[in-house]
Design a binder for this molecule. Structure first.
Ligand code: PLP
Length: 508
């Protein structure tokens, strides 16, 4: 395909994509194909001769779209959204066109510099404390990672390195000595990463990958599924009594099940008065804030205040996925650290082939030192396009609108206490509920079975998709209203489908 061929093919592709969005609501939300459907439709070998674009393009509608679950569909109320928007798609297009493995500044100065600038812009929009800005007092800054899972892994690597540096003294165990290797190996066997039962599984996965111990702190309905300071204090004491060394914890702003927010003030106060490694002293607990989904709502000053975002200046790293709720397509996980040296010290390995004058001059950022892979994509472009196209006001309007849809849906649930019981929320456009019946003497098992039946029935409609969870043994439906294309009419449609399903299931 030459540039003229590209011009023509791209025009038809863009036209088809725009049409897809115009008619998205006509499709079933969830793909209904059988496993293995595609193997039956495609040849078993790659073509020997190149094919015409028109032939390739027609297989999108005929072969690929049937196997797509439409995450941008207005009836998509499952999991959390996986955002996109037209400005973001355009950013992706330019990024692909300017493709490179831009790991060092010199590999494309614009790639590095735009990333630093837009992440500073974003930090200010979200109200993050100054220490997370690249221009802040502690030389912090942001880096775009592929996912929140990669972000927590990166933070945990840095936390492990910092903890070992601070607690295996160089005077006693000199650099490069066998004694140091032994001391580090022994300490590693005692190090434990913490999370709660509501924390996303990516923290556990990071601990497994790093080969450190992992401890789960139970949280329940009594604290609205959030971690409190006293519970953390007791956990630290119990682990240390067993000879273990807590070095890392993920606290969450918007948990996956219910959008709970951990008690930042309580955690800060517990860590300040920690009897072994008080905050700010060598060996302090590294706190990573996982705001993968709900972090987007920080565009609203009222949310910044509600969650006391200024308190995160006491923590070490913060991550949010623009690709969940902030109109930017996968992948755009924005990870911030309070002191860039924590990443650089843990992740820099020099190899002659990557040496260059700019890096050696020390005046540039080389993002390969802030991440696990070497190569990196030009992801800041789509963030830049989104921030400029929507403006802060546009982002605030969008987030407020979707939160309001969630509140209106929860009001509808409350209007039918004979059918539904809200378990949590609405919180950040997520409400978690189940079928009512406790007052009529229905057992937990019966309620679980009825709620499951309602969940299956509404999803079978094809018009909407919800996912479920289990809270303290209670099966519950999660209803999310934050997909960009979802409007009031779609939430009202979902409500109608839900009421009909619940009435039928309860009658049966
Ligand atoms: N953290 C939270 C709170 C999440 O809800 C999720 C996924 O939904 C993740 C982390 C993992 O996100 P990613 O797919 O970016 O790794």
């Amino acid at each position: 395909m030459d540039s003229q061929g590209f011009r023509e093919a791209a025009a038809t592709a863009i036209d088809e994509i725009a049409g897809y969005y115009d008619n998205l609501d006509d499709r079933n939300v969830v793909s209904t194909v059988e496993p293995g459907y595609l193997r039956k439709l495609l040849p078993s070998e790659a073509p020997v001769e190149g094919e015409e674009w028109t032939d390739i393009q027609k297989d999108i509608e005929g072969k690929i779209l049937p196997g797509i679950t439409h995450w941008q569909h207005p009836g998509f109320h499952a999991f959390f959204p996986c955002a996109t928007s037209f400005p973001s798609i355009l950013g992706e297009l330019y990024s692909a066109a300017l493709s490179g493995a831009c790991f060092n500044w010199i590999c494309s100065p614009a790639v590095t510099e735009l990333e630093t600038i837009v992440l500073d812009w974003l930090a200010k929009v979200l109200g993050l404390p100054e220490c997370y800005l690249s221009t802040g007092p502690t030389r912090g800054g942001g880096v775009i990672q592929g996912s929140a899972s990669e972000a927590v892994l990166t933070a945990m690597v840095a936390a492990r390195d910092k903890y070992l540096r601070e607690t295996v003294p160089l005077e006693q165990f000199p650099e490069g000595s066998e004694a140091r290797e032994d001391a580090i190996a022994h300490k590693r066997s005692k190090m434990v990463a913490l999370a709660t039962t509501a924390t996303h599984s990516s923290t556990k996965k990071a601990a497994i990958i790093l080969g450190v111990r992992f401890h789960t702190i139970p949280v329940h309905a009594d604290t609205n599924y959030s971690l409190t300071g006293p519970v953390l204090a007791k956990t630290l004491a119990d682990l240390r009594a067993r000879g273990l060394e807590p070095f890392f914890m993920t606290a969450t702003l918007g948990t996956t099940d219910t959008c709970a927010v951990d008690d930042f003030a309580g955690i800060v106060s517990t860590l300040k008065s920690d009897p072994v490694h008080p905050a700010g002293s060598p060996g302090e607990l590294w706190v990573h804030i996982d705001a993968a989904y709900a972090g987007s709502a920080l565009v609203l000053p009222s949310v910044q205040e509600q969650v006391s975002i200024s308190l995160i200046e006491n923590f070490h790293s913060f991550d949010m996925n623009m690709h969940k709720w902030l109109l930017t397509n996968f992948d755009a996980s924005c990870l911030y650290v309070r002191d860039r040296n924590w990443f650089i010290q843990a992740l820099t390995i020099n190899q002659a082939v990557y040496g260059n004058k700019a890096s050696e001059g020390g005046l540039v950022t080389d993002y390969r030192e802030w991440q696990i892979p070497l190569g990196r994509r030009f992801r800041s472009l789509k963030i830049w396009f989104v921030l400029r196209s929507y403006g802060v006001k546009g982002l605030q309007e969008y987030i407020s609108r979707t939160i309001k849809l969630g509140e209106e849906f929860a009001d509808q649930l409350k209007s039918r206490p004979d059918l539904f019981e809200i378990l949590t929320g609405p919180s950040f456009a997520l409400t978690v509920f189940r079928v009512a019946g406790k007052e009529q003497g229905k057992s937990e098992e019966e309620l679980n079975a009825l709620t499951k039946a309602v969940c299956e029935k509404i999803n079978a409609s094809g018009r909407m998709w919800v996912t479920s969870t289990v809270l303290d043994g209670r099966f519950a439906i999660r209803m999310v209203t934050s997909v960009r294309t979802t409007e009031k009419e779609h939430v009202d449609r979902a409500w109608k489908i839900l009421v009909e399903a619940a009435e039928e299931v309860l009658k049966a």
